[in-house]
Every structure is written in C-alpha cells, then in structure tokens.
Design a protein around this ligand. Structure first.
Ligand SMILES: CC(C)C[C@H](NC(=O)C[C@H](N)C(=O)O)C(=O)O
Ligand SMILES: [Zn+2]
Ligand SMILES: [Zn+2]
Length: 391
C-alpha cells in the first residue's frame, strides 16, 4: 500500500513547510514538492488531502502502565490495563510500558505479553525491566540479560527515589544499576536508560546529581520523571536540566493536584524555556493507567485517580493554544527528544527511511484528525479504524 499525503504542513518536528509525504508500506519513503504517485494495477495508492492539516511524527509516550498499576489503597485500587484505542486515539504510536509501586503481583512476563499484544495490534512497544524497587524484577533474573536478550527491553524503571513507597535504595545500589543498564545497553545497541520515579521526598534528585558528578555515568543514562509534581522539584528540574540533565514531566493530572502545587505541564514548559532550559532536554510522558494516589500529611492513603494517555497531547495542545509556545518546539518533547534519549531507531521524526508513524492534526483547532501507525491508518477523520482484539 502506498499513501501520499498532499500539500500538508509538515512538522518533522522542525517545520519543513507545505510538502507532499509518501508512505510505502511501514516506512516514510519521500518528502518533497509536487510529488506524483500514479494509480497502477499492482499497488493500491491512497491519496490523502493535507490542506488545512498539520502532519507530525506519531507521538512517543515513554511511561505507560500498559497492564495497569496502582494498588496503593489496597487490592480494589489496582488500575485497569490499557486498550489499544486509548493509545491510538491519543495520537500515540510508540509506548514504553512499565511497572510501578506493585512489582509483586504485577510481573514482567505479563508486561512483555501485553507489549507484544499491542505490537500485534499495530503500534510499536518497548518495556522497562523493573518496578519501583531495587533489587529489580526481571524476566531472565538479571537486568543485563534482560537488556541484551529481550528486544523490547530498552532500560530499567520506574525505579523510585525520594518516596515513602520506594525501596529506599542506596546511592551504591543506584550506581550499580545504572552501570549495568549502561553497559548492557552499549553491548546491545540500546539506550539502557534508567527511568527514575521521583517522589515528593526532600532529597529530590540529589542522588542523580551525585552519581553524574562523581562517576563516569553521563546524564543521558537517566530520565527522571514526575519532575513537575511539586514546585520545589520543578525548580530542581530546571537547575538539573541547565547542568545538562534530561527531565520528564508527567501529563496525567487533575486540577486538585494543581491547587496543591503540581506544575501543569503546558505552563511548566513555558517556565522552562524562559529559564533557559534547552528544548532538547525535556520529554513528556503520561503515566497512563498508572495510579495518581493522594496521601495526607501522615502519609495515609486519601484516594487515587487513573492516569490517561490522552493527557500527553492535551498538554502539547494547551502549550500551543494557551501558552502561545511554538508547536515545533513543544512537539520535540513527545517525538524527537524521547526517540533520541531512548535510542528508538526510526522513530520520532518525519524523515525518509523512518517508520511511517504519522499524526494529522486539524490546523484550525489542533485536534487529532488521523493517526497512521507503521503505515496503517488506525484512526481516520477522528473515526477509529482499528480496534484491539476484544474492543
Ligand atoms: C506523579 C504522581 C501524580 C503519580 C505517580 N504515579 C506512579 O508513580 C505510578 C503509580 N504509583 C502506579 O504504580 O500505578 C505516583 O504515584 O507518585
Ligand atoms: Zn512514578
Ligand atoms: Zn508510573
């Protein structure tokens, strides 16, 4: 199947102008002016009119509890697994699955099976080995073997620090884990990234700064997430990023969290850019299907909400519409930045030879019009075209 998207405004994420984009099979084949693909009797040609539309890379969500998470309020608060169409209708074509607080009843084999299920349904998936705690829960029994032997494993996470729910890891445990992830990443051509869950604790990301400053492990080994969860941590995030670190903001939220000091991502992006943080050092992730628990001052459970992958693009949209930030800048946070940091080859850019993961937005209201994953139209003109097996 050949698709040609005619006269569309292309954000690759940098703005390329009004172009024709040709997709052949699951690859981006060409980007140019006045391209022609003649109808023929061998291969179907699907012409998509791009006037009034914006074409972007498919969004990458680097932190999704694809088999569900939660449980912080007991068994009845375990959150549900994700559905394929939750992901595709959000414009997301690549997800990285993870475990969270509960790495005991939730396990790596289920995480891998769900990632494979979503891949069979048409999107691209990867996973982190592990959960909040160290020692890390793995598939093979060894973090390095997971990274080297299992294609979908690209790193470890979400490893919790500065949180009453963490395993209270020592700096040595974190150093060794990052070292193992780094070396096995190098040996397998992967990022070996360490996705760090940062809680509300006072020590924030001090341990990461100490590791980077006192060992040969670089900033690129870590992606600390939830860095917008409170105002103090947000300020530390800016400082860390300006020293060369990479920071990830969680888009799932609720107005009640904003009242309690969490920084709304669209506003946080504006503050980061104003503070001189490089647009290349910020990623967004949704924490979709993860729990958003609330604890009172005695650290007692006080209710929870469920993260939504749809929040990922909603914050991008708010950043452009409400904060007047340039689309080509904020779009990097869910396309080329995670693709680069997590070494997701062929992802996150509109470039010849890259995967045919594409989103078409309505230019007038920046809503999602069409989503193409690995060359297959999964959403067309807001209508779902591909459902998960049991949807
Ligand atoms: C950033 C805040 C609001 C949410 C954050 N979510 C997780 O870490 C995932 C969750 N614990 C799970 O295992 O499902 C949190 O709990 O601190
Ligand atoms: Zn977390
Ligand atoms: Zn999470």
């Amino acid at each position: 199947m050949i698709k040609i998207i005619k006269e569309v405004k292309v954000y690759a994420p940098e703005y390329l102008g009004i172009k024709d984009v040709v997709l052949v099979g699951n690859k981006i084949c060409s980007i140019g002016d006045n391209l022609e693909v003649t109808q023929n009797n061998a291969v179907a040609v699907d012409i998509i009119h791009g006037k009034g539309k914006i074409l972007t890379p498919g969004f990458i969500d680097n932190h999704v509890h694809i088999i569900g998470g939660g449980g912080e309020g007991g068994f009845r608060t375990r959150t549900p697994e994700i559905k394929l169409t939750d992901i595709t209708t959000a414009g997301i074509t690549t997800v990285v699955g993870c475990l969270g607080t509960d790495g005991i009843t939730r396990n790596m084999m289920s995480l891998l099976a769900k990632a494979r299920s979503l891949e069979e349904d048409g999107i691209t998936t990867f996973i982190y080995s592990g959960s909040y705690r160290i020692p890390v829960t793995t598939i093979t029994g060894d973090v390095s073997k997971d990274l080297i032997a299992i294609d979908k494993v690209i790193g470890v996470g979400e490893i919790a620090i500065s949180d009453h729910r963490s395993s209270q890891p020592t700096i040595d445990e974190l150093k060794k884990l990052a070292a193992d992830a780094r070396v096995s990443g190098i040996l397998s051509g992967k990022a070996g990234i360490v996705n760090i869950h940062v809680g509300d604790g006072d020590s924030m990301i001090d341990v990461l700064t100490e590791i980077v400053e006192n060992t040969e492990i670089p900033y690129t080994q870590f992606i600390p997430t939830h860095m917008n969860r409170n105002a103090r941590l947000f300020e530390a995030a800016i400082k860390y990023a300006k020293s060369g670190g990479f920071i990830d903001f969680t888009t799932s939220s609720d107005p009640v969290f904003w009242e309690e000091g969490e920084v709304k991502v669209s506003k946080g992006l504006k503050k980061c850019y104003e503070a001189g943080v490089s647009e290349n050092n910020i990623t967004l992730s949704s924490d979709g299907q993860g729990s958003l628990p609330m604890f009172n001052e005695n650290k007692e459970f006080a209710g929870l909400q469920v993260g939504k992958v749809s929040s990922l693009f909603e914050e991008i949209r708010d950043a452009v519409i409400d904060e007047n930030l340039p689309l080509e800048k904020v779009l990097k946070t869910v396309t080329s930045n995670p693709a680069t940091l997590l070494k997701l080859n062929g992802k996150g850019r509109i470039k010849e030879g890259y995967d045919a993961d594409v989103v078409l937005l309505n230019e007038k209201d920046l809503t999602i019009h069409t989503v193409i994953a690995k060359g297959q139209i999964v959403v067309e003109n807001k209508e779902i075209k591909v459902f998960g097996t049991f949807e």
